[in-house]
Write a protein that binds this ligand. Structure first.
Ligand code: ADP
Ligand code: MG
Length: 321
């Protein structure tokens, strides 16, 4: 199989068409029409085998995830997805693997009316870089820098599931035979980008970020950009049924606070906008949970139900009440 046969495999499977694609795969560059009155939102993310996904991950799931992590960035800006490019590096011309990968990519792309408009195919260690393009009306993008003291902090969905799934996969290659374990591994391999929720928060959320590196790390980015701090109520962090079934409290808290790869949204709302914003985002998939508040003191602090501070230690959690 040659490079061009592989491109044809991808092209045939990712055939979604859009009116705003003047020229897609097949020429030296794609030609695309950005609607008047909209800003173009562009984001890119690379996945490397053994670093960003276990080398054993099914091709379909790798294709899904490569797009999902990128769509999550558009979601965090409140942007509507439109186009993507795909730079794919393969150790050898494995047509069957590429077909599975393209099917996973295309399945998620179809859910978001996203067209694959170009890319590059090269030989080397397995990895891929996806660039996504979306639109957001002028003045409506969700930025990291708008959180204000007194705002409430929310997250969509549940926290820590993907990191829990990774731990299970690493413990045992056939961990997925048990239903709760399977649910967590599914969250690792096929994250759901919160695109509709991000759009619903346009003009409402004061700041927003997607959780790729873990709640503490990503909320810290929001706080730094906004010149504020945050207090998190650890007992308020949303947990899935599968997480509750398989992980005890201490371990669960670590996964929920610092586990990466969930691709949930973390956002802030002015108190007066909470009711309307939650009602709007409730109609768009995963619900949202209030997990804390924005404060003047820099940094992210974590409190338990009794208001005692906790701080992450190297190997777990340390109380300093
Ligand atoms: P060039 O040599 O001009 O850079 P290529 O031979 O790399 O073009 O690619 C031929 C066409 O196929 C281009 O339109 C390119 O965008 C597209 N393409 C190549 N690889 C991929 C891929 N992995 N996914 C989608 N489109 C691709
Ligand atoms: Mg090329």
């Amino acid at each position: 199989v040659a490079e061009f046969d592989l491109i044809d495999v991808i092209r045939a499977r990712c055939a979604l068409a859009r009116d705003d694609v003047h020229t897609g795969i097949g020429d030296d560059a794609a030609l695309l029409a950005v609607p008047a009155g909209q800003l173009l939102a562009v984001s890119t993310d690379t996945l490397i085998a053994g670093v960003h996904f276990p080398a054993s991950t099914a091709a379909f799931d790798v294709g899904w995830k490569a797009l999902a992590v990128n769509l999550s960035d558009l979601a965090a800006m409140g942007a509507s997805p439109a186009w993507a490019t795909l730079a794919l590096t393969l150790p050898h011309a494995d047509e069957q693997w590429v077909a599975g990968f393209a099917d996973g990519f295309a399945t998620l792309a179809g859910q978001h009316d996203l067209a694959l408009v170009g890319g590059d195919t090269t030989q080397g260690p397995l990895g891929m870089t996806v660039t996504v393009h979306g639109f957001v009306p002028h003045g409506m993008a969700l930025l990291r820098r708008g959180a204000r003291v007194g705002d409430q902090v929310f997250v969509t969905g549940t926290l820590g599931d993907a990191a829990a799934g990774l731990r299970l996969v690493q413990q045992s290659p056939d961990a997925g035979s048990q239903p709760s374990a399977r649910a967590l591994i599914e969250r690792l391999n096929r994250p759901t980008p919160r695109v509709a929720q991000g759009r619903a928060l346009r003009g409402r959320a004061t700041a927003c970020i997607d959780i790729s590196d873990g709640l503490l790390a990503d909320l810290t980015h929001v706080c730094t950009a906004s010149g504020v701090g945050a207090e998190i109520d650890i007992d308020a962090l949303p947990a899935s049924a599968a997480m509750l079934a398989l992980f005890a409290l201490d371990e669960r808290r670590i996964l929920q606070l610092s586990g990466g790869d969930d691709y949930e949204l973390c956002f802030t709302l002015n108190e007066s906008d909470v009711a309307a914003a939650l009602q709007e985002s409730a109609g768009s998939g995963a619900g949202a949970t209030r997990i804390g508040r924005i404060v003047a003191e820099p940094g992210v602090s974590v409190r338990d139900r009794d208001g005692r501070s906790m701080t992450p230690a190297r190997l777990g959690w340390e109380h300093f009440a």
